[in-house]
Design a protein around this ligand. Structure first.
Ligand code: GDG
Length: 471
């Protein structure tokens, strides 16, 4: 397979499934990134390179639902060291404000380099002469430089979906300089927020010693690298249409009935991750019940926690903590048929997510740190009648755009309690004023706008400079 446009990400956009007749098959995975890039890939007859999950060794390139896919293999040891280890137990906590303590292991770093090299080599084989490669996310930060060494003719873009930490935190990483140099292999490095791009530029100046000006880095070899923010978004029209469908409208009513037609449904919906602030929000809600501000006869909190990274120790600990808290809150505060928290540890089809968004009166999104948070934007897209209140952490990237949400500091329990109450007691007029404004924002800045502005800037990036720089 060869292509002018190659997207490379840790995961392929499809999941391995077993068909009704027992044979293995593939299903397009429903994430935001896939919906964003799918039309671009189709329009350019592009190829997606990534790991399909599992340890199958002899996988061949294939087509699924019209997408051309190149699967990468991963050994059990690499899954442990590269994926669960360096990606999810070193970089993930380090890039999320040390919400958990990052672990630094030299074997994990070796595996990270090895896997990144293999991905870069595969990109080099697949990309056509003068083509474009768009590298995705924190698992593949060394790919841009490795690929440039193999294929200097390519245009290389990189996009980071998670936050990029301030220098004070990033410099803990024993391999900080190598990671920065890895990213500098790209012509354009995209971040969720301007602050992240500034953190990167500052680190490049301090740690690698390159000359920088605003969002540009001038390299000794004459290349210019641009680092800029492109806040990611959702398929707004697609979500709105789904929410409007008869099936979803009906299902939203059923959900409300199944919950006993409460006056207020609060909803949280997250991957079960310690960055998402699930524990703190449930605690705040529990206190409001025990203080009599809310009543289980009139309100319920639905928390969907999607299983995630279940082999990583911190995630196992978190799951136990949440299980215990939910058990305690329901035991102490629930009555027969009226739990305080309706808790699901499961993942659902997109239709069910849309129905939950439509059923919820108050959406509660309280991460300690989040690159963007698409759930908040999806909720907004599904509120067709301009109703529904969003309680949103200041520390989610989405808070920079969704200014009309009830913004909270997730570390401040009393502040969160006050915001939950205010949002649930606000007048319909106030709610609608806020929701209208947020819907305008998300409908304009949708995922197509995100992908096209990145690809447009990538096409223009990479010009040579004539600055005198230290080499
Ligand atoms: C990373 C960054 C950034 C969730 N449960 C189900 C399901 N989902 C979908 C949601 C949403 C997506 O997964 C989750 O996206 P988030 O943005 O909320 O969070 P992360 O997974 O942490 O994503 C984040 C994002 O990358 C994009 O750049 O915003 O900051 O951490 O689309 O709807 N989808 C289905 N069933 C589920 O049970 N179908």
């Amino acid at each position: 397979m060869h292509a002018d446009l190659v997207v490379v990400a840790n995961r392929l956009p499809v999941d391995r499934i077993t068909m009704p007749d027992g044979t293995p098959g593939w299903r397009t995975s429903p994430g935001g990134l896939v919906t964003a890039l799918e039309p671009v890939l189709r329009a350019n007859d592009g190829v997606w390179i990534g790991w399909p999950g599992g340890t199958d060794q002899d996988l061949q390139p294939f087509e699924a639902d019209g997408l051309r896919l190149v699967p990468m293999t991963m050994t059990a040891e690499e899954i442990e060291e590269f994926y669960e280890g360096f990606s999810n137990a070193t970089l993930w906590p380090l890039y999320h404000d040390l919400v958990a303590k990052p672990e630094f292991h030299r074997e994990w770093w070796d595996a990270y380099q090895r896997v990144n090299r293999r991905f870069a080599e595969r990109c080099a084989e697949v990309a056509s002469e003068g083509g474009t490669v768009w590298v995705q996310d924190y698992q593949l930060q060394l790919v841009p430089a490795m690929l440039r060494e193999l294929r200097p003719d390519l245009r290389i873009g990189f996009y980071l979906h998670i936050p990029f930490p301030p220098a004070e935190l990033f410099q803990q990483l024993p391999w900080r300089r190598q990671l920065l140099e890895g990213l500098l292999g790209a012509d354009l490095v995209g971040f969720q927020l301007p602050g992240a791009a500034q953190n990167f530029i500052r680190l490049v100046r301090q740690r690698v010693g390159h000359k920088t000006h605003r969002d540009l880095v001038y390299l000794p070899d004459g290349r210019t690298v641009r680092a800029t923010a492109y806040p990611i978004s959702i398929d707004y029209a697609g979500f709105e249409e789904l929410a409007r469908s008869e099936a979803v409208t009906q299902r939203a009513k059923e959900i409300r009935e199944a919950l006993g037609n409460p006056e207020k449904i609060f909803l949280g919906c997250d991957r079960l991750d310690y960055t998402k602030g699930i524990y703190a929000r449930l605690r705040a809600y529990g206190e409001l019940l025990s203080e009599g501000e809310l009543d289980v006869e009139q309100a319920v909190f639905v928390q969907v926690a999607v299983p995630s990274r279940e082999q990583v120790e911190q995630y196992k600990i978190l799951r136990d903590e949440i299980d215990r808290l939910v058990g305690r809150l329901n035991g102490d505060l629930g009555t027969i048929g009226r739990p305080a928290i309706s808790y699901m540890h499961s993942s659902y089809p997109r239709e069910e997510m849309a129905a939950l968004y439509r059923a919820a009166d108050v959406m509660v999104v309280t991460p300690y740190r989040d690159g963007m948070n698409l759930v908040a934007k999806e909720y907004v897209a599904c509120r067709l009648d301009d109703d529904g209140a969003l309680v949103l952490s200041e520390f989610a990237g989405a808070a920079e755009e969704l200014r009309q949400a009830w913004l909270v500091n997730p570390y401040d329990l009393n502040g969160m309690k006050a915001a939950l109450l205010e949002a649930s007691r606000a007048t319909p007029k106030e709610i609608s004023r806020r929701m209208k404004a947020m819907r305008r924002t998300v409908s304009t800045n949708d995922v197509n706008a995100w992908a096209s502005s990145f690809l447009h800037d990538l096409a223009e990036a990479g010009t040579a400079h004539d600055k005198t720089v230290r080499s």
